[in-house]
Design a protein around this ligand. Structure first.
Ligand code: HAS
Ligand code: CU1
Length: 577
């Protein structure tokens, strides 16, 4: 059914041709459903954003009559914002993106009934969880730490939604194994390799949250058990909760490595290096979660320190990426006549939204990553933990590095899937640049406030005490409030462009007008294992590496959880908001 083009080492890969038009149409349709559901969640989630920014700008809009009618509290708004943006938008987008890419890259046929079933199940989970969220019965923030208790319906919906993503893992790994069987001795193409490694990582990561929700929170919220141990739940949550940030950002890495060079007019620097990066993430993303728990009792300092060093280790693949992607950009700029130490940057196509979105995302990630290293250092952590610094950090990681990259992807992926056209390059560019500027200003305001000691997750603008008025935070408050307005403009621009595109008529064949933007490669991997470099050969056995990743996380969490279970103390739930 598929035919692969002849291999030429440095040329851009060509997507294997799928001749079964009905199958291809269905694959594209399910991908489109995932992506559009994701973007709808982003729309509702980001609508709450300016409200939070105004709060940290010292302006309490939650007490205005309109908002009082819509939202019961600041915390309900914040819960919707966090769950929809961080959990729903990301998971749906990634499920579509990383099901479609390996299916096209390998040219494998997948079971479309199963693919649709997974999408419907995930959406059903989302809709079920949405009911208590919208009715203020799950105002638990996106971390839903017990003993704060919500409706069991929320935990059940969330479990179904997250569980469905594991079905995508199964489908992608299965497709890859079938490809391996049909192509003995071949090296997995790069994009498929990166997708499979990321899904494997997510499986190892998700075990924590699935255990927490299925075995602890659901029975507890249904009243089947007397109580819940908050620390065990929190530890299982962060087992997943750190690695989930790589589940959010690695799909962006895939586009930075594989597709951004093409948009820039340059080449992928080294395929073997990209493979190494993803294997390092597979092994090392999960056994680091205790860096969220430095302040928690009954976890020994020794284990916290081990996780801290492992966190520093997982920074390495990001730094490999930084230098590698920067080299691709420099390659592109010099090919266009760029000169000088930094002057070459002016030769990059900054007016092209598919280019500017991921590159501005990358620039924000330099600062987001540096802040992450600060958070992870146990000596600095007490200064920033639970302050406004932390939302500052994650709005330039998941909020920009991931989200802005996904926006950029939508500008070519939706035309590719649907045959529709991006209606306005200028408006799309304006959305991208205002998102970047808004998020950078927001991050500045929030990091600054955090350093002065303003707590995160607090209705600071409505505090009865004068404590915040006496702090020297007027400038960062102003910056934060302004950033919220810039971001409001940005999201209006983005969704205007998006809906105009989605509602327009099909005019092109997406395969021709907007093909998957594979890039040329400077240092490719040989297509056959026999002729491949050691790096390629040692990174290819992903099944074995998956086993090692699982073993590593059990080793790094086993003793910690054993001690917590030995001292378990069940407490009843409480409803705060
Ligand atoms: Fe984080 C808290 C540590 C990365 C998201 N993080 C959070 C929370 C979120 C989050 C949501 O150790 C809040 C959780 C909560 O609600 O409590 N984080 C790190 C570290 C990294 C890191 C060490 N975080 C991320 C990513 C996220 C994310 C990625 C989302 C996608 N984070 C922490 C810690 C906490 C934390 C603690 C807990 C804090 C506390 O006290 O509660 C690292 O992985 C970062 C490595 C990244 C780099 C940057 C590499 C730079 C690149 C760009 C290159 C640019 C180019 C452009 C090429 C070292 C790749 C060039 C441009 C031209 C024009 C040439
Ligand atoms: Cu983390």
């Amino acid at each position: 059914m598929t035919t692969s083009p002849v291999f030429s080492p440095n040329a851009a890969r060509e997507t294997p041709v799928i001749s079964d038009a009905a199958y291809l149409g269905s694959l594209k349709k399910v991908t489109q459903y995932y992506i559009v559901t994701a973007l709808l969640a982003l729309l509702v989630g980001t609508l709450m954003g300016p409200l939070q920014a105004l709060n940290y700008g010292g302006i309490n809009v939650y007490d205005t009559p309109i908002l009082k009618a819509l939202l019961k509290s600041y915390y309900q708004g914040l819960s919707l914002h966090g769950v929809l943006n961080a959990l729903v938008f990301t998971q749906f987008f990634i499920s579509g993106w990383m099901l479609y890419l390996p299916a096209r890259d390998l040219g494998m046929r997948i079971n479309m009934k199963f693919a649709w079933f997974t999408y419907i199940l995930m959406t059903a989970g989302l809709l079920v969880a949405a009911v208590p969220l919208l009715t203020n019965n799950a105002t638990l923030l996106y971390t839903f730490y017990p003993p704060m208790e919500g409706s069991p319906v929320f935990y059940i919906g969330a479990a179904v939604m997250v569980g469905s993503s594991l079905l995508v893992v199964g489908q992608v790994v299965n497709m890859w194994l079938r490809w391996k069987r049909a192509n003995p001795g071949r090296v997995t193409p790069l994009v498929a390799f990166m997708c499979v490694a990321t899904w494997m990582m997510w499986f190892v990561a998700a075990l924590g949250i699935v255990t927490e929700v299925v075995f602890l929170l659901i029975p507890w919220s249904l009243g089947w058990v007397a109580g819940v141990d908050p620390l065990i739940s929190k530890t299982l949550f962060w087992w997943t909760g750190h690695a989930i940030v790589y589940f959010w950002v690695l799909p962006a890495y895939i586009s930075w490595y594989a597709f951004l060079p093409k948009h820039a007019g340059g080449r992928i620097v080294s395929e073997p290096l990209a493979r190494l990066t993803f294997v390092l993430f597979l092994l090392n993303s999960t056994p680091v979660g205790l860096h969220h728990q430095y302040a928690d009792p009954n976890i020994s300092n020794a284990w916290k320190t081990v996780h801290m060093f492992l966190t520093f280790l997982v920074v390495i693949p990001s730094l490999l990426t930084a230098f590698s992607v920067a080299a691709s950009l420099e390659d592109a700029a010099r090919a266009r006549g760029g000169k000088g130490l930094f002057g070459w940057m002016t030769r990059l196509p900054w007016g092209k939204p598919m280019f500017a979105a991921p590159v501005l995302a990358l620039i924000s990630f330099i600062l987001g990553g540096a802040g992450g290293v600060v958070n992870a250092s146990s000596t600095f952590a007490p200064v920033v933990h639970n302050t406004a610094w932390i939302p500052g950090h994650f709005h330039i990681t998941v909020g920009t590095a991931t989200t802005l990259t996904f926006m950029g992807i939508s500008f070519w992926l939706i035309p590719h899937l649907t045959g529709k056209r991006l209606p306005s390059v200028r408006l799309a560019s304006a959305a991208v640049w205002t998102w970047f500027v808004g998020m950078m200003v927001f991050a500045l305001g929030m990091h600054w406030q955090g350093l002065v000691g303003v707590p995160r997750r607090a209705l600071v603008s409505g505090a009865a005490q004068n404590v915040y008025k006496e702090m020297p935070i007027q400038i960062p408050q102003l910056l934060t409030a302004i950033s919220g307005m810039i971001l409001l403009v940005s999201m209006l621009l983005y969704f205007y462009v998006l809906f105009r595109m989605l509602l327009s008529r099909r005019v092109d064949d997406g395969e021709v007008s907007s093909p998957i933007p594979y890039s040329e490669v400077i240092s490719p991997a040989s297509p056959n294992l026999a002729g491949a470099s050691a790096l390629v050969r040692y990174t290819e056995p992903l099944m074995a590496l998956w086993g090692v990743a699982l073993l590593l996380v059990l080793l790094m969490y086993g003793p910690v959880l054993a001690r917590l279970f030995a001292n378990a103390e069940l407490v009843p739930g409480w409803r705060l908001y």
